[in-house]
Design a protein around this ligand. Structure first.
Ligand SMILES: Nc1ncnc2c1ncn2[C@@H]1O[C@H](COP(=O)(O)OP(=O)(O)OP(=O)(O)O)[C@@H](O)[C@H]1O
Ligand SMILES: [Mg+2]
Length: 297
């Protein structure tokens, strides 16, 4: 292919995939995110990763997304965050279809902690600031975010504290454990602090008790009545106090409801998974609901 046409092709491809800076902007305080009949298939895949999913993430609520490995949780989180468009169906923010929205105005509403935390060879401070790098660094806010993720003391006790480089081979370098990196990742999303906080299994390297504590801490973001928190996990004890739990199975939304409602469903998938996990982890007790928020609300 002549060089000129290859360049033209590249320009065309680039234009097709560029993030559009036009379209309707998402208006209003907080966000209600609505998915209607969402189907998604990865390019080249033989079957849908998600099929006909309809659900709502209401403003100011804690929503949990649970399901086994490969059930579609991360894919759904990516669609909710506006990173992918549905193959069919719609995702809307406060009534604005994400496909027609100014993407920046969607991204600016979301803080997403992906399942695999990126570990950058920079200072620990910069590794948290990168969550909201478009705004000037705010040390107090960084410390508060780290406190929330229960990693502040660990950082402050390092010989070089916040100036430690988060990779061992460098001068001032430290080696953080997998669980500590996950807490840095949570700090990053908390530091970003947007209307919709999506936490995709930040806790795989944490033990079950630490995961429950982490989710409890993140839950309190909704106390302002504006922030929505989406918690994703396959450990059900950690999400039992969510306002609503959506259960995915092989890309389909199987059940939705509170923990009390779902465990009362005879023959239900959630109930079956919960009983299996409770047997594995002990008595299956769940954390007490927050004040003013009954578990079966
Ligand atoms: N980039 C991709 N390309 C093609 N298929 C993918 C891609 N990512 C995920 N899939 C497929 O989509 C389905 C859903 O995957 P997804 O990662 O959303 O599941 P999950 O519920 O998050 O799983 P886990 O609990 O292991 O994180 C799986 O069948 C997976 O193989
Ligand atoms: Mg996943």
């Amino acid at each position: 292919m002549p060089r000129g046409s290859r360049t033209n092709n590249a320009i065309q491809l680039g234009a097709q995939h560029a993030i559009p800076h036009h379209g309707a902007s998402v208006e209003g305080e907080g966000v209600d995110v609505v998915l209607q009949d969402v189907t998604f298939r990865y390019p080249g895949a033989e079957r849908d990763a998600l099929h006909g999913v309809s659900l709502t993430l209401p403003k100011g609520k804690v929503v949990a997304l649970v399901g086994e490995n490969g059930s579609g949780k991360t894919t759904l989180a990516s669609l909710i965050a506006g990173l992918y468009f549905p193959t069919a169906g719609t995702v809307s923010y406060n009534g604005t279809d994400v496909r027609e929205a100014d993407r920046e105005s969607v991204f600016d509403r979301v803080a997403l902690l992906p399942q695999d935390v990126d570990c950058w060879p920079m200072t620990v401070r910069a590794n948290i600031h990168i969550g909201d790098v478009g705004r000037p660094l705010d040390q107090e806010k960084i410390e508060a975010a780290a406190e929330r993720a229960d990693i502040r003391t660990v950082v402050e006790e390092l010989p070089h504290g916040w100036n430690s480089i988060a990779v061992k081979d460098f001068e001032r370098g430290v080696r953080l454990s997998g669980g500590q990196w996950q807490r840095i990742g949570v700090s990053r999303a908390v530091y970003r602090q947007r209307d919709l906080l999506i936490i995709d299994e930040p806790t795989a390297a944490l033990d079950p008790k630490a995961e429950i504590d982490m989710f409890e801490s993140l839950r309190s973001f909704t106390d302002d009545g504006i922030t929505t928190v989406l918690l994703i996990t396959h450990r059900l004890a950690a999400t039992a106090t969510a306002d609503v739990i959506h259960v995915l199975n092989q890309g389909r939304l199987l059940e939705s409801g509170s923990h009390a409602e779902l465990t009362a469903l005879t023959g239900g998938h959630y109930r079956e998974l919960y009983e299996l996990q409770a047997a594995q982890y002990g008595n299956g007790s769940v954390p007490a609901p927050r004040k003013g928020k009954p578990a079966d609300a």
